[in-house]
Ligand binder design. Structure first.
Ligand SMILES: *Cc1c(COP(=O)(O)O)cnc(C)c1O
Length: 417
């Protein structure tokens, strides 16, 4: 069961602020750290002494953020990264090698799509994409031995809602790692409780809200002493670390196989700003998710012919039943508006007064962007179709403003068409 917003309001403010000394989190900007003596240096490098080694592999400010987000997601530990893409790059490069295959479920955020389809492919890691509800295909691929399943808690911008529990059960049956990108739905969905192994976030989005800090984070479950899927033969190249480090193994796997060698580490000031955002995350998520449904409803009732709003809270949505059953508190800040053609989408966007035109989502302000001419401009028609990007599609991320005013702005812009 998802914990309620009151639970998170208490957890987040209480864990970000300290009771004594400086209340706000302390920023430790030092890149390097002195060791007390040669023996301590040896212990720190062996992972036996818990003190900072060098900022590329960890920093006390990042450490505080990691502890809070691990608790928020019901995880065992976390690693903060330079960006959301940094978190995805860390997890995939740490866990995969040439010859492995990733199963990608649903339509992806543009950067994640090109990470798997271009970058990982260049290093010999192949992929297969399948629709969120194509369980026959999903199970066949798991049986074949894919090494990792990657999915988003909510399709961006397709707004398809996956059955995370059912997919996680399948991944657990076939002992396959499941990574869920929970960027759009912090507090609303807890993938680790549903059976996922790793949760990633772009903290740039909802977690911060203020557009002041680029960041990402990956959260891990504890590794079981017996019967853990990481003990499966297909993860043989990880066994040395798993056998040595036990329940915390996901952390050294990512630190030694990605962070140390590639350096997608978070910086202290970014982590500090992310924590300032986290303090109010629960208040903001609750408000925004009520507002999204309200704006969607007003637009559904009042938009003229030829312009369509889409959101899973609307009864016409193909995922409405799953929205009611699995996303009871909402499915994030996004809705989409389809104007039919690019020309009409541009006219509509240019007539908006309130929305900021930008590539971000999950901001405190309402944002809007035409998809095909921006994030998806490099993609061919077939890929765009699979990702749910139609020619006239505008993605909207609802902010903290008065939902009645947001809807009014969209309705007046529709009059320009
Ligand atoms: C923005 C985003 C990312 C990438 O995060 P950055 O912080 O921009 O690197 C990954 N996944 C989703 C769903 C996103 O919205």
């Amino acid at each position: 069961m998802t914990k309620n917003f009151d639970y998170y309001n208490t957890l987040l403010v209480q864990s970000v602020g300290s009771k004594t000394g400086p209340i706000a989190p302390t920023v430790v900007p030092s890149a390097a750290y002195g060791y007390a003596d040669a023996q301590e240096a040896e212990g720190i490098f062996a992972g036996e002494v818990n003190k900072p080694l060098y900022a590329r592999v960890g920093n006390p400010t990042n450490g505080k953020l990691e502890g809070i987000v691990a608790k928020m997601e019901g995880g065992f530990g976390a690693i903060a990264t330079a960006s959301g893409m940094g978190a995805l790059a860390m997890v995939t490069t740490a866990m995969l090698k040439a010859g492995d295959e990733v199963l990608c479920i649903g339509g992806f955020f543009g950067g994640t799509y090109t990470l798997v389809n271009e970058t990982l492919k260049r290093f010999g890691i192949s992929n297969t994409f399948c629709e969120v509800d194509d369980f026959t295909h999903i199970e066949a691929k798991l049986k074949e031995g894919v090494k990792m399943v990657l999915m988003e808690s909510v399709g961006n911008p397709s707004l398809r809602l996956p059955d995370i529990k059912r997919i996680a059960d399948l991944c657990n049956t076939y002992e396959t790692l499941l990574v869920v990108d929970n960027t759009a739905t912090p507090l609303l969905v807890r993938p680790l409780e549903l059976g996922a192994d790793i949760v990633v976030h772009s903290s740039t989005k909802n977690m911060s809200g203020h557009s002041a800090a680029l960041g990402g984070i990956a959260v891990f479950r504890a590794v079981k002493a017996e019967g853990d899927k990481l003990h499966n033969e297909k993860y043989a190249d990880l066994h040395k670390i798993v056998n040595k480090t036990g329940e915390k193994a996901f952390i050294p796997i990512c630190k030694k196989r990605a962070i140390r060698d590639v350096g997608m580490t978070a910086n202290a000031f970014g982590s500090f700003l992310t924590m300032l955002g986290l303090e109010t995350l629960s208040l903001r998520v609750e408000r925004v998710n009520k507002s999204v449904a309200r704006v969607a409803q007003i637009l559904e009732e009042n938009l003229p012919e030829g312009i369509e709003v889409n959101h899973p809270s609307l009864s016409k949505s193909e995922d409405h039943a799953r929205y009611l059953s699995d996303f009871a508190d909402g499915c994030g800040p996004l809705l989409t508006v389809d104007c039919g053609t690019q020309e009409r989408a541009f006219t509509f966007l240019n007539a908006l007064n309130m929305a900021t035109l930008t590539a971000n989502i999950g901001d405190n302000r309402t944002l809007a962007l035409h998809m095909q001419s921006t994030i998806y401009s490099d993609f061919d028609d077939k890929t765009r179709k699979f990702l749910g990007v139609t020619e006239g599609l505008i993605r909207v991320s609802i902010g903290l403003e008065d939902p009645e005013e947001i809807a009014k702005d969209f309705l007046q812009a529709a009059e320009a068409l």
